[in-house]
Design a protein around this ligand. Structure first.
Ligand code: 13P
Length: 250
């Protein structure tokens, strides 16, 4: 049985006091939740404060990006052990916004995945097609190469630790969600590709859906066999809606 993971990607939102205030509220609201893993990925600047605020709770903290080198002359970058040091357990890698605006490629995703794993961080690796790719019917090919190239050359143990997030770019922040059937089709496809790469690890890894997940559509999505959680932007920014997502009922 795969334990569901509900993850909030806060993107470039919230100052440190705003982040702490929301988490103070959230941790009370979801204190009794045991059957879902909960993850918040704030901006780099708020990681340390949130790690302290969530110590001993069921809320995990993650980063939104990572660099693969351990240290040195890389102005503006953050090394894997610095994320661990600040209190991260997870890290989002290859989000479509990083692919679109900051030159992330499947090759850099792969380097980041390996560096994260080498430092004990759990990578949440994002894949997903653009509207153009969906309309041109090339999306299976695009997603397959994102999975094969971004997650290549892992050991058997490493392959079991990955989380994949399917986020169709056309559904991010648009209010337009993939239907549960559309999402399930891709999740099953991703699991099949991953099983060709790493055999049985494919049955163990969690595949999250992301793209306009909200309290109104979460339970329909979570009913699908291969959807193991959500990677949520907008609806993770308020304690009441994120609480509702964490407490989705199947
Ligand atoms: P929204 O939930 O705001 O559509 O964002 C999805 C996302 O990009 C999460 O990483």
């Amino acid at each position: 049985m795969r334990k569901p993971l509900m993850a909030g990607n806060w993107k470039m939102n919230k100052t440190i006091p705003e982040a702490v205030a929301m988490v103070k509220d959230l941790k009370e609201r979801i204190a009794d939740v045991k059957d879902v893993d909960v993850l918040i990925c704030p901006t780099f600047t708020a990681i340390s404060a949130l790690a302290m605020e969530t110590k001993g709770t069921n809320i995990n903290i993650g980063a939104q990006d990572i660099f693969w080198e351990a240290k040195g002359a890389f102005t503006g970058e953050i090394a894997p052990n610095m994320l661990v040091d600040a209190g991260c357990k997870y890290v989002i890698i290859g989000h479509s916004e990083r692919r679109q605006y900051f030159g992330e490629t499947n090759e850099t995703v792969n380097k980041k995945v390996k560096a994260a794993l080498a430092n004990g961080l759990i990578p949440v690796v994002c894949v997903g097609e653009t509207l153009q790719e969906r309309e041109a019917n090339t999306y299976f090919k695009v997603i397959e190469s994102q999975v094969r190239e971004g997650l290549k050359d892992l050991s058997k143990e490493e392959a079991q630790k990955i989380v994949i997030a399917y986020e169709p770019v056309w559904a991010i922040g648009t209010g337009k969600t993939a239907t549960p059937d559309q999402a399930q089709e891709i999740h099953a496809f991703i699991r099949k590709v991953y099983s060709e790469m790493y055999c049985c690890a494919a049955d163990e890894i969690r595949i999250l859906y992301g793209g306009s997940v909200k309290p109104e559509n979460v339970s329909e999505l979570m009913k699908k066999e291969d959807i193991d959680g959500g990677l949520v932007g907008g609806a993770s920014l308020k304690a009441d809606s994120f609480e509702a997502l964490v407490k989705f009922s199947k």
